[in-house]
Design a protein around this ligand. Structure first.
Ligand code: HEC
Ligand code: HEC
Ligand code: HEC
Length: 126
């Protein structure tokens, strides 16, 4: 799948990997291929798959990749902006969401049900 030539430009998940590989430098080349395969498998393993749970006292929110991707949204609609990874998550308040941040980019009462109501559609008490 990944065929690295001298100057490959691989666009992966919004990040640019600009590789400049010396032909003689075989070890480095093999390591880079392994790293890229790892990144690619990591990304593709999650495509349309994993649910993301936001821990909130008011009730946890489960975001379904599967449902959103099935609706026809491309990865680039949400990645790398506003979302990168769970680890690099930037907390957003409902007040910010109501102004169009994070989920509020679409959940604004036009593209999808608004975050100014429908609390229980997203927040589920344990
Ligand atoms: C409607 C928005 C949306 C779409 C479309 C979307 N994602 Fe995501 N993705 C998210 C959210 C939300 C998170 C959680 C990030 C956070 O917590 O800040 C996430 C996280 C991820 C993560 C990181 C998971 C982790 O364990 O940290 C990967 C990888 C990912 N998405 C891949 C994809 C790929 C590939 C596609 C396209 C097939 C895609 N996403 C489409 C919203 C989306
Ligand atoms: C790119 C636009 C977009 C973004 C960003 C987005 N959604 Fe959605 N979402 C939609 C659309 C469109 C629907 C279906 C239309 C409707 O039900 O109004 C939907 C439906 C849903 C549903 C109901 C279906 C289900 O999964 O049970 C939930 C819950 C949901 N979204 C949660 C979230 C959360 C949480 C976030 C932020 C982490 C988010 N969405 C971000 C567009 C988006
Ligand atoms: C589209 C899904 C969605 C809807 C609808 C929604 N929320 Fe949220 N809410 C979230 C997500 C996701 C978070 C976590 C955001 C983060 O951590 O970045 C959150 C966070 C919160 C928080 C903690 C942060 C803060 O602002 O204090 C509270 C409280 C909250 N929501 C209450 C509500 C109430 C009340 C409603 C209804 C008026 C509501 N939410 C509607 C998705 C939603």
């Amino acid at each position: 799948m990944l065929n690295l030539t001298k100057k490959d430009h691989v666009l992966c998940f919004g990040l640019n990997f600009n590789l400049n590989i010396q032909r003689r430098d075989k070890v480095k080349r093999v390591i880079l291929i392994l790293v890229l395969l790892f990144v690619a498998s990591y990304v593709f393993a999650k495509v349309g798959g994993e649910d993301v749970v936001f821990k909130v006292g008011f009730g946890d929110v489960t975001f379904s990749h599967e449902k959103h991707v099935e609706m026809g949204f491309l990865c680039k609609v949400c990645h790398p902006d506003p979302y990168i990874t769970k680890e690099k998550h930037k907390k957003v308040t409902m007040a910010e969401m109501n102004k169009g941040k994070s989920c509020g980019k679409c959940h604004n009462g036009k593209e999808a049900f608004t975050t100014k109501g429908n609390c229980k559609t997203c927040h589920v008490k344990k």
